[in-house]
Design a binder for this molecule. Structure first.
Ligand code: COA
Length: 169
C-alpha cells in the first residue's frame, strides 16, 4: 500500500538518495545535508495536496517499514510548467518483487480518479533497464530520448508518457 510521506521517513530518504548504487542511474549520490529539507518540503507539499509523495509500505500492519517511494507532481517553473511527472525508487532489499510496478500503477489509478493531472510523463535513464521495463508494462508510450535535469544533474533519459484515464494496463 501507499501512504503519505512523513518527517520520520528521512532515514529511508538517506538510504535511497545518498547511496551510490541507488543513485547510479540518477547522476550519483546526493549530499546528506539536504535530506531533511527535501523531506520537509515533500511533507508540506503533500499535506497541502499540491504534490503526491508516497511511501511504499509492504505490510499495512507496520507502516513505518518502507520499501521505497513514488511521487507525482506538476512542474511549476520554466518551459515545462504544467507538465506532470512521476518518479519512483525501491530499496535494494525490496527490489525485484513488483513493488515499483504496483506503486506506480496505484499512483496512476489515483491520478486517473482525481482527474486534475492529465497526461503523466516519466524520464528514466536510457540504461535503467528496470524502470524502462516498468514503464512499458504499466502502459506508458515511449516518446523518445532527451536530456532531463534531476537534482541539478543533466541525465540522458527516455521520455515516456501515459494518459491514466485511457492508457493504464
Ligand atoms: C528501478 C526500480 C525502482 C525498480 O523497482 P522494483 O520494485 O525492483 O521493480 P519491479 O519489481 O516492480 O519490476 C518492474 C519491471 O522491471 C523489471 N525488472 C526488475 N529488475 C530488473 C533488472 N534488474 N533488469 C531488468 N528488468 C528488471 C521487472 O521484470 C518488471 O518488468 P515486467 O513488468 O516487464 O516484468 C529500483 O530498481 C530502483 O529504485 N533502482 C534505483 C533507483 C532508480 O533507478 N529509480 C528510478 C529512476 S526513474
Amino acid at each position: 500500500m501507499l501512504r503519505d510521506v512523513e518527517a520520520s521517513d528521512a532515514d529511508a530518504y538517506v538510504r535511497m538518495r545518498c547511496d551510490p548504487a541507488m543513485m547510479a542511474e540518477l547522476g550519483g549520490p546526493l549530499p546528506r545535508d539536504g535530506i531533511e529539507a527535501k523531506v520537509d518540503t515533500d511533507v508540506r507539499r503533500t499535506r497541502a495536496d499540491e504534490w503526491w509523495v508516497s511511501m511504499i509500505v509492504p505490510d499495512a500492519a507496520a507502516p513505518e517499514v518502507v520499501a521505497g517511494t513514488v511521487a507525482l507532481w506538476s512542474h511549476e517553473e520554466g518551459e515545462e510548467a504544467g507538465l506532470t511527472e512521476i518518479g519512483w525508487m525501491v530499496l535494494p532489499e525490496f527490489q525485484g518483487h513488483g513493488y515499483a510496478k504496483r506503486a506506480v500503477r496505484d499512483m496512476l489509478e489515483r491520478a486517473r480518479d482525481d482527474g486534475r493531472w492529465g497526461v503523466v510523463h516519466a524520464f528514466p535513464g536510457v540504461t535503467n533497464a528496470a524502470s524502462n521495463a516498468l514503464c512499458r508494462s504499466v502502459g506508458f508510450t515511449l516518446v523518445g530520448e532527451r536530456n532531463t535535469t534531476f537534482a541539478g544533474r543533466d541525465l540522458r533519459t527516455n521520455h515516456w508518457r501515459i494518459d491514466p484515464s485511457t492508457g493504464l494496463r
